[in-house]
Design a protein around this ligand. Structure first.
Ligand SMILES: *[C@@H]1O[C@H](CO)[C@@H](O)[C@H](O)[C@H]1NC(C)=O
Ligand SMILES: *[C@@H]1O[C@H](CO)[C@@H](O)[C@H](O)[C@H]1NC(C)=O
Length: 132
């Protein structure tokens, strides 16, 4: 029993070490692009089908889609210009592919609304950074 416990503790320690070293190696770049918004229904999505992912979500264009590897990634998005608020960043989860899209990202209306105006269409310039 004691041996078993000790083994599981070292496994936990090893996993913790791997995870923390993995994360510290990832220095996500701050990039710039542009974004617009889309409206519900948000399902089905290319990444999750009919599984609900909340409303802080986004689609990515060809540049970030990467054959679906973008699914489930989180990005912190900050508005650079064309928006209402350049100080509040919003974090979104990628759930969808915007096929042949002329934008870097398409944010849900709820996410876009935190940084810009959703009425009257429009688009904004953004800076974005992958986050955990
Ligand atoms: C986005 O940035 C470009 C280049 O700086 C600028 O010409 C354009 O007006 C900006 N768009 C918005 C919506 O602010
Ligand atoms: C958004 O950025 C992309 C890539 O730089 C550019 O090709 C596209 O024209 C921009 N969209 C708009 C509406 O300006």
């Amino acid at each position: 029993m004691a041996l078993l416990l000790q083994n599981s503790i070292s496994i936990v320690a090893l996993v913790t070490l791997l995870l923390s070293s993995g994360y510290s190696l990832k220095a996500y770049a701050q990039l710039t692009g542009n974004a617009t918004h889309y409206q519900p229904p948000y399902m089905p999505s290319a990444c999750y089908g009919y599984a609900e992912q909340g409303s802080m979500i986004a689609q990515v264009g060809e540049e970030l889609w990467n054959n679906g590897l973008a699914c489930g990634k989180h990005y912190q998005v900050t508005c650079l210009s064309g928006c209402r608020d350049q100080t509040v960043p919003v974090t979104v989860k990628i759930v969808e592919h915007c096929y042949k899209c002329e934008f870097t990202m398409i944010l849900s209306e709820e996410a876009y609304d935190q940084i810009s105006y959703t009425n009257g269409g429009g688009w904004i310039n953004i800076s974005y950074q992958e986050s955990i």
